[in-house]
Unconditional design. Structure first.
Length: 445
């Protein structure tokens, strides 16, 4: 798809240098603008853990320079979701295969890769696009005056720009400035990422039987779920444990590694398969998180000079499959809208267009992810039995592919929702909006 460039170039100050911030910086520079990224870390410290790159995200990124080559070298193609019971023997109860014909129609694969690999590649793209970085800096205030913004750093330095972009995560400082009234928390999700050497899995028959290197495995438990991916490229087995309640842990810093032995007792793993407990105890690093799930209505503020992206803007589950993809879609939407900028008068309109386009998408994705998270953490009883029976249909010899999966209403429901999620085209959504409202925006030039 063509990449138009704005006839008027403006400055964006992006607060946060993770996937959301880096993607936004690159997309905006690609659209003809200037960007400064303010990041609390040094930009080189390692961040552990893997991320999921579903087709809607893969399709975007593989169009960016160097990304396809990085995927080919560093990413693992996911064959599907495997479903197991958390307790006792980790019984396999279902499998949702990513059928080649479906993925071919979607035009991209579901990939798994290390967070750091993607972060490094995005940083390289930003540097090549002349993005300016302010590392090891904290933002203490964002002020709006006369249609411009001033971002105040903790050392007193002031960064001037036309628009501030809050990409500072689920505990966003910028969000508190954008929202006129704080959002109430709908749910709380406590999670933890654990990195385990791949050799621990490969060299232990008990553990090896639990893991498929091409599969994203979900262990479903009463009150908690566990997602595991074996990344053979990075020689690591990454696990995410999630619970839909507030546990006795502190929200962690992605750049600070914690002791598994000291942290994991809070996650109530006593009822899970002893082999899983054994696997988890071999983790060499972990990072806990406490995510408040909000309904974010206000993602544009400060008189039309500030906007939120990624986890600052919405609550796609941090340990889910669509957290990173929503951030990349946000970035592409913002960049493509501002590639049409020809007058400063259009800035508030384009920011409101961003909200109009993205809010329904991120809200429906957030709801879908959380609804399935609840399914994966059902307590023993009729609902759990019905769920498992639905998954079990996929293991029947008569179950061939998506064409005859009416045998399992559970899988039909999952596939219907996932095809909607996977097939989304962020560029196309902007172009559709512009075809309806672009003439009115252009008239302000």
């Amino acid at each position: 798809m063509d990449s138009p460039r704005a006839s008027l170039s403006i400055s964006f100050v992006i607060i946060g240098g993770s996937i959301a911030g880096l993607s936004s910086a690159y997309a905006l520079c690609k659209a003809g603008h200037r960007a400064i990224v303010v990041e609390t870390s040094d930009g080189i410290s390692k961040v552990g853990g893997s991320l999921r790159c579903p087709p809607n995200m893969t399709r975007i990124l593989k169009q960016w320079p160097g990304m396809l080559e990085m995927f080919q070298a560093r990413a693992t193609k996911c064959s599907g979701y495997g479903f197991r019971i958390w307790a006792d023997t980790s019984e396999r109860v279902g499998y949702m295969k990513f059928h080649e014909e479906i993925m071919s129609e979607l035009g991209a694969d579901f990939l798994m890769l290390q967070y750091d690999d993607l972060r490094r590649e995005l940083t390289s793209l930003c540097l090549a696009a002349d993005v300016v970085f302010e590392y090891k800096r904290n933002v203490v205030d964002v002020k709006s005056e006369n249609g411009s913004v001033t971002v105040v750093l903790d050392d007193g330095k002031r960064l001037m720009g036309d628009v501030a972009v809050g990409a500072d995560g689920h505990s966003s400082v910028v969000r508190s400035l954008v929202e006129e009234s704080p959002s109430g928390s709908i749910h709380t999700v406590t999670g933890i990422n654990i990195s385990i050497p791949a050799r621990c899995v490969k060299e232990d028959e008990d553990l090896r039987s639990l893991c498929n290197e091409k599969e994203l495995t979900i262990w479903m438990g009463a009150g908690s779920s566990l997602i595991g991916t074996l990344d053979v490229t990075a020689n690591v087995f990454d696990i995410s444990v999630c619970s839909p309640v507030r546990l006795d842990v502190e929200d962690g810093d992605w750049y600070t590694e914690h002791s598994v032995g000291e942290t994991i007792p809070s996650y109530r793993l006593s009822g899970c398969d002893p082999r899983l407990q054994k696997l988890i105890q071999q983790g060499y690093a972990c990072c806990p998180s406490v995510q408040e799930v909000y309904e974010h209505d206000e993602i544009v503020g400060l008189n039309g000079t500030a906007v939120l992206v990624g986890d600052a803007a919405h609550s796609a589950l941090i340990h889910g499959s669509h957290n990173s993809s929503m951030a990349v879609e946000d970035a592409v939407t913002l960049g493509r809208l501002f590639s049409r900028l020809s007058s400063r008068k259009q800035i508030p309109l384009l920011l409101n267009a961003y909200r109009e386009i993205r809010h329904p998408r991120t809200s429906s994705t957030q709801d879908s992810e959380y609804n399935w998270f609840e399914q994966f953490t059902l307590p023993p009883g009729p609902l759990q039995d019905a769920r498992d029976a639905g998954f079990n249909a996929t293991l029947s010899p008569e179950f061939e592919d998506f064409a005859n999966c009416e045998a399992s209403e559970v899988i039909v429901s999952i596939w219907e929702q996932y095809i909607i999620l996977f097939n989304h085209d962020a560029d196309e959504e902007v172009d559709n909006w512009w075809s309806m409202w672009g003439s009115a925006v252009a008239a302000l030039a």
